[in-house]
Design a protein around this ligand. Sequence first.
Ligand code: TRP
Length: 449
Amino acid sequence: MEQNRGTWSSRFGFLMAAVGSAVGLGNLWKFPYLAGENGGGAFVLVYIVLIVLLGFTLMLAEMTIGRHANSDAYGSYNKIKKGWGFVGGFGVLAGFLILSYYSVVGGWVLKYIVASFTGIGADKSGYFSNFISSPVEPIIYHLIFMGLTAIIVIRGISGGIEKAAKLLMPALFVLLVITVLRSVTLDGAMEGIRYFIMPDFSEITLKVVIAALGQVFFSLSLGMGIMVTYGSYLSKDEDLEKDAFLIPSLDSLVAILAGFALLPAVFAFGFEPGEGPGLMFITLPAVFEEMPLGMLFSGLFFLLVFFAALSSSISLMEVTVAFGIDQFKWSRKASTIFFTTLMFVIGIGASLSMGAWSDFLIPWIDGNSYGIFDFLDVFTSYYLLPAGGLLGALFIGYVWGVPNAVKEIKMGSAFRTEKLWTVLIKFVVPVLVFIILLSTTGLLDKIIG
Ligand code: TRP
């Protein structure tokens, strides 16, 4: 079994694949609109604090578990301690549910590559809401996105995933910087820049903290074992500590750049920062209209967003597929086809919930009711991923034991932040995530109030 799992062909390839997993719609689509909905700078500040406290800590934790056990997310936990496979099982479920709606948004991006050339028109928010609420077209794009993800995953680890990521992540970065430059130099951009970087401390509410926590997990691909799975393909001399620093740093850099690409333009054009999921799709075309060769840039930009989304969806699918391969002994192809079909079907529901099925609401323990798309998002980002992260931290701190994890980390390099990491993983991460999880469900209100 071990020999057909595959390994990374180079350290750079691994890094690009890990960054490729982390950098995706979460950074480019979700981060700017969450910031816009949650007080701008207030959200950004809380986000950065949580990245520093939790992001690095859990990234290192997951990679260490994976490299030590050398198996998929479920198998890795189970191998280290019998009966703990369920933590990885959580992750398989989370990845499965996330990709179901992620692929729908991936489909929107595909549509916008085409629409950049065929024309979006003056009423950009009307164009967007008409498109996502229509019954057939978004589902066709969702199918294409899902199919492309499946094809790359079938080709296996270094064949597909690595090659694509190595090429496309740097290209995305360059185009993003160009877009930022245009956005921040628009007339009236200053107000947006201020909104994005100046935290208004009175805006830091529990809601903002919850949103930022969910986003940390989502954006860094944490809490569901993808970094366990990717870590399992790493060799013993890899410097895990350095990787766990580099990946979250690059990921956050891209998110911040995306914020600078969108929010100044929101203010310059008089759009609403709290626009929600449509923010990128409505604002970007307006920015590009202000540039020479705007259509071309717009098409190119959405193309790179699409590739970033694809390198993330690959990683989401890889967790589920690796589970099928390692646990059921399925072939890679059979596992991929099986899970892709299921996710496609769930995604149809997510897409329809934007239009025809918008009245179908799922009541949830926080007292709200959600459509299918929102439910998948809320349930995974605010519950499953943080719960997975919490269990992962407890697993290292109290089941496997920090000294064992430290020994694994030290196989590849010195471990400069050993003491700090020990405190964070044993105490800070569990307590912080636990409190936020409780407050998300509304339980905290009941306990305190
Ligand atoms: N991090 C990716 C993004 O920002 C999405 C993603 C890929 C993800 N793999 C994940 C999220 C695993 C949570 C868990 O778009």
